[in-house]
Design a protein. Structure first.
Ligand SMILES: Nc1nc2c(ncn2[C@@H]2O[C@H](COP(=O)(O)OP(=O)(O)O)[C@@H](O)[C@H]2O)c(=O)[nH]1
Ligand SMILES: [Mg+2]
Length: 694
């Protein structure tokens, strides 16, 4: 079955880990008739958590796609992971949806991940709602969580559902928009519609009043009517809510207990009747000239789509998820991959319920679907018919914060490891790998230890290779702190031609970050012009390994001031070797210093951990640059040596019981001395320079 653009909705279910997203996703599919029996996360049989690594760990790691048909509308749901290690999959769903539903635990209220996701949605101006889950728990407190939302998210929550009772006496919810109650029937039976019980009529009236006010704020003419009549009719109310939500002026809050199928129908009804759909929504394209412009989702235009995700499935092979932006894509057709500049043959098209693919004939603008087994498609690719020459903007993701060096135990497995890393990086765009030629290590990096471990475990099992990991080496540098000079004569008498070249160099410190400058100060032909490139080569080779711990030398100006040549025995090689040695001699007398990379660090923690995090940072030689606090979450900005941060994601996890998070970026190099420098030098004692003498 295919759905037209006005009958499609895309909803991302996101939130802090363990708030019940996968359970809600399962129950929504059940309530919508897509599955006949809901399963629990503990059983390992849910639609959302189907990958082996998810079943094993009982947490969501990848975003799952499922959908329901309600009143002729297709609602696509994304069940996203809660751990910030898998943020890449959450962010892609935020881009692809028009409405994000953040789950909040009815006991704990707004948590750190809730706030981070909220900020991301703010940045996108994405309409959103909250679902207060687990209200059937004894510790749940609906009103307190509403207060928490006001305080931490700085928005007025408008209740679309109100719970009846809690804990053992939890009965269900009242649907404020449609004026009915839904009573819990048990964990495998859908909630049942019933009149609003007498004792909840007051609460319902009050909530309804607030909802009407929110609707009136959606539209100026509605506001006039509301002020005139003191009310709105249901039709006006719907119109007002649609407008207010699309403009993000209204924050709907739902309530329920997913595990007992409670609060599902008010939510589904709301999404169907009020929730924003793709029509009128915009994505962003980057034109050939580099300018960025919005592009509206529009069924009337020629076909374009964006590849939002790539997955390698144990059953179906490679899956490329696409979101159609304009026009439509039909099965058995041909289109163009603009990003790879290749034709793309489309065979079958699918939609999915978790791992189960369902064939569809076409996908219309606004829909999300799956293309299987395409060799060329990659995440962020743009598909387009005709000669439209633009790309959709690649998804912006945070930079990796955790790195590990990895190698196969057996040399013969290195290629297999390389291929598996390529695949892993394709599947998760926050995961990167890189061979560091300087440290001779393959360094993988990502959002945290959990993500990295899961990827490595999967490679070990699937590829049957043994891996070894260690903390990556730090790329230290060396520099000089005063001016000096040296001369060196390279002289060798062998059989026929001899070798001769004399070089006199002056070196002086440059500003941090200026790296290197070569100045030819030869006047009057002490060294013929054609040997100068040889001199510079020698200087560059000399700078590749400093005199303290063989690390590359930076921020030095090298000036050749004098020299001597021999009409027969001089050559480029002679001058290169002379310059290399002259540089090293000069460096020894220029007060050489070791430099270490300093990272800029931004840490987000609940205020109660602030003291511990600060003292940990000062123990790590960190310099606090600033501190800010919003809604109980503190943000600390600091500069810290990279050498101290190699296991920071692990340290921060243990200080903050897993709630803290951070971002890092290279800041600059800074000198080190004393005991710290001595240790770095000692660790490099066995390092051998390999240099050619020819
Ligand atoms: N009491 C209660 N527990 C729930 C409810 N919904 C989910 N859970 C439990 O919360 C835990 C985490 O659920 P899960 O759906 O995996 O959360 P996710 O990490 O957000 O996807 C599981 O043990 C669920 O059974 C609920 O409505 N009430
Ligand atoms: Mg989950």
């Amino acid at each position: 079955m295919s759905y037209t653009t006005e009958n499609i909705k895309n909803v991302s279910i996101a939130g802090h880990g363990g708030t019940g997203k996968t359970t809600l996703f399962e129950r929504l599919l059940f309530a919508g008739g897509s599955i006949s029996k809901p399963e629990t996360v503990e059983s390992g049989k849910t639609v959302g958590d189907y990958a082996l690594e998810e079943i094993e760990r009982k947490i969501s790691i990848h975003t799952a796609l499922g959908h329901v048909d309600r009143k002729g509308k297709k609602i696509n749901f994304f069940d996203t992971p809660g751990s910030s290690d898998f943020t890449g999959d959450v962010i892609l769903s935020f881009r692809a949806c028009e409405f994000a539903l953040l789950l909040v635990d009815g006991r704990d209220g707004v948590q750190i991940e809730t706030i981070k996701l909220w900020r991301n949605l703010e940045g996108r101006k994405k309409p959103r709602g909250l679902f207060l889950n687990k209200l059937n728990d004894d510790r749940a407190d609906f009103n307190r969580v509403l207060e928490d939302i006001k305080e931490k998210l700085k928005r007025e929550p408008i209740s679309l559902a109100i719970p009846m009772g809690k804990g053992a006496s939890y009965k269900g919810v009242i649907d404020v928009l449609n004026g009915t109650a839904y009573l819990v029937q048990g964990d495998t039976v859908l909630e049942k519609e019933s009149p609003i019980p007498e004792e909840y009529k007051e609460a319902y009236k009050a909530a309804r009043e607030k909802l009407i006010e929110a609707a009136a704020e959606g539209d100026d003419t509605l506001m006039e009517k509301y002020l005139e009549r003191g009310s709105l009719n249901p039709e006006e109310m719907h119109t007002g809510l649609i407008e207010a939500l699309a403009e993000n002026k209204f924050l709907p809050v739902f309530a329920g207990a997913a595990a007992v199928n409670s609060g599902l129908i008010p939510l589904l009804e709301f999404i169907c009747d009020v929730g924003p759909g793709p029509l009128g929504f915009k994505d962003t394209i980057k034109k050939e000239d580099g300018t960025e412009t919005p592009m509206a989702i529009d069924p009337a235009k020629p076909f374009t789509a964006l590849v939002i995700k790539t997955a390698y499935d144990q059953f179906s092979g490679k899956l490329s998820w696409i979101k159609v932006i304009t026009g439509k894509l039909s099965a058995d057709s041909e289109t163009h991959n603009v990003s790879e500049n290749k034709k793309e043959r489309i065979g079958k098209l699918y939609t999915s319920q978790g791992k189960k693919l369902e064939e569809v004939k076409e996908l219309n603008a606004g829909d999300v679907g799956i293309i299987t087994k395409s060799a060329t498609l990659r995440t962020n690719d743009t598909l387009s018919d005709g000669d439209q020459n633009f790309n959709f903007l690649p998804l912006r993701l945070p930079e990796p914060v955790h790195s590990l060096a990895v190698n196969a135990l057996a040399k013969k497995d290195e290629d297999k490891l390389g291929e598996a890393l390529v695949r892993a990086a394709e599947e998760d765009k926050t995961f990167r790998y890189q061979f560091n030629a300087e440290t001779k290590e393959t360094v993988i990096s990502g959002m945290g230890e959990l993500q990295i471990n899961i990827i490595l475990d999967k490679i070990k099992t699937n590829q049957k290779i043994d891996l070894e990991t260690h903390i990556p080496k730090v790329a230290y540098r060396e520099t000089i702190s005063k001016k000096s000079g040296a001369e060196y004569t390279h002289k060798k008498q062998t059989g026929g031609h001899g070798q001769y070249g004399k070089v006199v160099l002056e070196i002086s410190p440059l500003k941090r970050g200026e790296n290197y400058r070569f100045v030819n100060g030869i006047f009057g032909g002490a060294i013929p012009k054609n040997y100068i490139p040889g001199v510079e080569k020698g200087v560059v080779e000399g700078m590749a390994h400093g005199t303290m711990a063989h690390y590359p030398v930076v921020d030095v100006e090298v000036k050749i001031v004098d020299g001597k040549y021999h009409p027969v025995d001089s050559s480029e090689l002679s001058f290169k070797l002379a310059a290399r040695n002259a540089f090293r001699e000069a460096m020894k007398q220029a007060n050489p210093t070791l430099l270490e990379p300093i990272m800029h660090l931004a840490v987000f923690v609940e205020e109660k951990y602030l003291g511990d995090v600060m003292s940990d940072l000062s123990g790590k030689r960190g310099k606090i640059l600033g501190q800010d606090s919003v809604g109980g979450i503190a943000e600390i900005s600091a500069e810290v040596p990279q050498a101290e941060l190699l296991r920071y994601s692990i340290d921060l996890r243990s200080i903050t019981s897993g709630t803290g998070s951070f971002s890092v970026a290279f800041a600059h190099y800074a000198p080190i001395s004393g005991r710290i420098a001595e240790e770095v030098i000692k660790a490099r004692e066995s390092f051998k320079i390999t240099e050619t003498e020819e």
